[in-house]
Ligand binder design. Structure first.
Ligand code: ZN
Ligand code: ZN
Length: 384
């Protein structure tokens, strides 16, 4: 089968790989019909994630048709079209039982913080992802969810990560009616977090990014204010304070993570020299821009090592910081409803449909922010 394969930083290609096989009675094999490239795939692509091995197939945002099931799979049948959440989760450990599917204790035994992920290096459990014609889906009774009748596949594929992660970002921010919410980053997740902030009663939503085309997009899509931190302000925290009667934002959402731009020291230590687990610029700004006693919600992905962050301000301002990988399965029922009744329009963020064979070009466009790209989706030959 055709599959995207990592060759080294900034080098991916699509090549023939052996068909995935059922390795455990709870596995299913899915013929992929849509698979997105995610902003967090770019952290892998750019060599910022430890233990990303040559030959790995990325892709944690995919949907497809069940073509084979193991002997203990009872909740799916061959022919089902399924949303496959990005978390690989066992469904029965201490954490899964609480709905913390992003923190499964069984699916990624090498890690203590996170659960398993499709296509996310060996620190994510080493599971090959869905940027391929077929994928093996472990624990098939747990997370895969049959696509509701009539749902557009382009909406369904965004329910694997972008929509739930944007929604959970807003949920974790503890938004109270009328709150001013600042979102750092106008990538797909930041766009969705800004959109979802309104569902929690935000009174004002402000998004910061460095690319004008993404700011234009989020302004229209999420009906929010959007500013370029490189052009519209000298100092981010000061700008937000000025916007908020010198109080600071009620909630800040970091939807950037490891590859943040905007601060030379953070960029050099976090992205070039890898002395910290990614550049902590957005986190820095979030701590300094939120009001005293405010909440910071972190969904941007950072590496597992220490970061240079202003802990003194964090402590002295009495802040609350919440972060996590999203537990997609927990949120899917209510998000499917939001899509079906038209409250959310996920497919509206897809700007590029790219044949799977041209995945390398998709990565290049997305990483270099070319061609006004917001969200690319890869389409395998059998789904075209
Ligand atoms: Zn993703
Ligand atoms: Zn579990």
């Amino acid at each position: 089968m055709l599959a995207m394969s990592f060759r080294g930083p900034q080098r991916v290609r699509v090549q023939q790989k052996p068909m995935p096989e059922i390795k455990h009675p709870e596995d299913a094999i899915v013929r992929v019909t849509r698979s997105c490239i995610c902003g967090s795939d770019l952290h892998l692509y750019n060599g910022n994630v430890p233990d990303t091995r040559v030959g790995m197939t990325f892709g944690h945002e995919f949907i497809g048709e069940v073509v084979e099931i193991g002997s203990e799979v009872t909740k799916l049948k061959v022919g089902d079209m399924v949303i496959v959440p990005f978390n690989v989760a066992c469904g029965r450990c201490h954490f899964c039982k609480q709905g913390m599917f992003g923190n499964c204790h069984e699916a990624n035994p090498e890690a203590t913080a996170v659960g398993g992920f499709f296509g996310y290096a060996h620190i994510g459990g080493g599971y090959d992802g869905g940027q391929a014609e077929y994928a093996r889906v472990p624990y098939a009774n747990v997370s895969p969810t049959v696509i509701p009748e009539g749902m557009d596949p382009d909406d369904a594929v965004l329910l694997t990560d972008v929509v739930p992660t944007g929604y959970q970002a807003a949920e974790m921010a503890g938004i109270q009616p009328g709150d001013t919410v600042v979102v750092f980053g106008a990538g797909p997740v930041g766009i969705m977090a800004a959109r979802c902030a309104w569902l929690f009663g935000a009174g004002r939503v402000i998004v910061l990014d460095e690319y004008d085309y993404r700011l234009e997009f989020v302004k229209n899509y999420a009906k929010c204010e959007a500013y370029n931190f490189k052009k519209d302000m000298e100092d981010v925290a000061m700008f937000i304070k000025k916007q908020t009667d010198w109080m600071g934002a009620d909630c800040c959402i970091d939807a950037v993570g490891a590859e943040a731009a905007g601060n030379a020291v953070q960029t050099i230590t976090g992205r070039k020299l890898l002395l910290q687990g990614g550049s902590a610029t957005a986190m820095h700004w979030a701590i300094n821009s939120v009001k005293k006693g405010g909440i910071i919600s972190v969904v941007g992905v950072y590496g597992p090592t220490d970061n240079l962050i202003p802990l003194g301000n964090f402590m002295n301002k009495g802040l609350t910081m919440r972060g996590n990988q999203t537990s997609v399965k927990r949120l899917l029922p209510r998000l499917i409803e939001h899509v079906q009744n038209g409250t959310l329009n996920p497919k509206g963020i897809i700007t590029h449909r790219i044949p799977l064979e041209e995945a390398a070009e998709g990565y290049r466009l997305f990483s270099d922010k070319l061609d006004n790209i917001i969200k690319p989706v890869l389409i395998p030959p059998s789904a075209r």
